[in-house]
Design a protein around this ligand. Structure first.
Ligand SMILES: [Zn+2]
Ligand SMILES: [Zn+2]
Length: 131
């Protein structure tokens, strides 16, 4: 990844977790270069790991089908077990399914996020800056 120009403002200056802040900033830059926002391990809006805020209504994207069941036309739930090694379950309370490509992407992003939070050798799409 290219070195980003110095940010005009540090959006994440107030975050106590500097490793998280570094990854947030790196993913913001990566997005500008084509990283899909749906594969991020951090959340631009909530400034946290994506598995921590994926339950927020803001993460229900009806248009793209992320956290949304088209069959039932209702949001799907995400259950996250943060105990290492961690587990993520995405399911629709209506039909029990959530097998769309978009919802698989949600699950994968949360798994990547969990692994990154634990600092493990996560299969990341990019190099994580050492904090
Ligand atoms: Zn969020
Ligand atoms: Zn459903």
């Amino acid at each position: 990844m290219r070195q980003a120009p110095a940010a005009p403002r540090d959006r994440y200056a107030g975050l106590a977790d500097r490793r998280l802040a570094a990854i947030l900033a790196a993913e913001d830059t990566a997005e500008e270069y084509g990283l899909s926002p749906h594969t991020r391990s951090t959340c631009y809006v909530h400034r946290c790991w994506v598995h921590e805020c994926v339950g927020d209504p803001l993460h229900v994207l009806v248009v793209t089908g992320h956290r949304w069941c088209r069959g039932c036309e209702r949001p799907v739930e995400v259950a996250v077990d943060v105990t290492p090694p961690g587990a993520v379950h995405v399911f629709c309370p209506g039909c029990g399914q959530a097998g769309s490509a978009a919802n698989r992407e949600v699950r994968q992003a949360c798994r990547t996020s969990l692994a990154a939070m634990h600092g493990g050798a996560a299969p990341a799409l990019y190099r994580l800056p050492e904090a």
